[in-house]
Design a protein around this ligand. Structure first.
Ligand code: NCD
Length: 307
């Protein structure tokens, strides 16, 4: 039963619940008109303390397509936070107005904290470099739509695996399926954090390896998950400039990949995928955006308890 529950990281959802959400999302993809008023009378607040285009608009379009309404802010500078209001108080106030809250904040753990003060479900739309569970539902729905299942995939993550919250969340989710293997491609300084290796991957006995060159391993991947170097989480500009173009996926590298490999990216992309790759049938990152809206529609319908 997902009704009333907050979703802070993928492990808040069981494997069966992820199936339940994806099953509902798939029905919504097939017949969106059957769901146009299921959230009639419900309100979603989108509280974005950090910039976003896709995620916020995806949440808003999801709720509007379910017949609900949306309020919120996209710029924390226009809120009482600037007067010194604590997150706990902001959440107490907003949760007395709405039925569900989607929240993004630069601080790790902020959504979990918010869930302790909220009287309605909190959906974490990104807490610093920590987690981003609705991007994971987006990624998983895309994987299932294209490959038909969650099992037996070798997933190669490439780019900023240290600060990339979408990577941390997808690793946590996919570690629960049989036959999953991970390949991590990053510069040393942007390697996947130790806590992910020690607390998620090792206990699940997942086979994994690390590499520094994408060319060396791309041929093994069923799914290539490209990521942007997370500029906003660097302490100094020099390091960012040095690392930002570490990996660029182009048509030449795609020649080394399997015919059925799929390329995912949570977007926004900066330089890490050359535009020439967009026309490759294996490029799935724009389809992924649309699936994200359906994944969020399904999640909102479940946590508000309307379906
Ligand atoms: C991601 C994020 O915010 O973590 N974007 C998104 O939600 N689609 C990835 C990123 O910003 O690089």
């Amino acid at each position: 039963m997902l009704k009333g529950r907050s979703v802070i990281e993928p492990s808040d959802l069981t494997v069966a619940e992820i199936d339940e959400i994806c099953n509902l999302a798939e029905k919504m993809i097939v017949d969106p008109s059957a769901y146009i008023d299921v959230c009639h009378g419900k309100l979603l607040a989108t509280l974005f303390f950090e910039p976003s285009t896709r995620t916020r608009l995806s949440f808003e379009s999801a709720m509007l397509r379910l017949g609900g309404k949306v309020l919120g802010f996209a710029d924390a500078n226009a809120t009482s936070t600037t007067k010194g209001e604590t997150l706990a108080d902001t959440i107490r106030v907003v949760s007395s107005f709405v039925d569900v809250i989607a929240m993004r904040n630069p601080k790790e753990g902020s959504s979990l904290l918010a869930s302790h003060y909220s009287t309605v479900p909190i959906i974490n739309a990104g807490d610093g470099g920590h987690h981003h569970p609705t991007q994971t539902l987006t990624d998983m729905l895309t994987i299932r739509q294209i490959t038909g299942c969650f099992e037996n995939h070798t997933i190669c993550f490439c780019g900023d695996l240290k600060f990339g919250r979408t990577v941390h969340s997808l690793v946590e989710a996919m570690s629960r399926y049989t036959g999953t293997k991970f390949i991590f491609v990053s510069p040393q300084e942007l390697a996947v954090p130790d806590y992910i290796i020690n607390q998620v991957i090792k206990p699940a006995r997942i086979e994994y390896k690390c590499a520094e060159r994408l060319e060396d391993v791309i041929g093994e991947a069923d799914i290539l998950y490209m990521t942007r170097v997370q500029k906003e989480r660097f302490f100094n500009e020099e390091d960012y400039i040095r690392l930002k173009d570490s990996y660029i996926l182009d048509a030449n590298k795609m020649k080394l990949a399997k015919d059925k490999m799929i390329v995912l990216h949570p977007l926004p992309r900066v330089n890490e995928i050359a535009v020439e790759v967009d026309d490759d049938p294996r490029a799935a990152y724009f389809k992924q955006v649309r699936y994200g809206m359906f994944a969020r529609m399904a999640l909102i319908a479940k946590v508000t308890g309307v379906l």
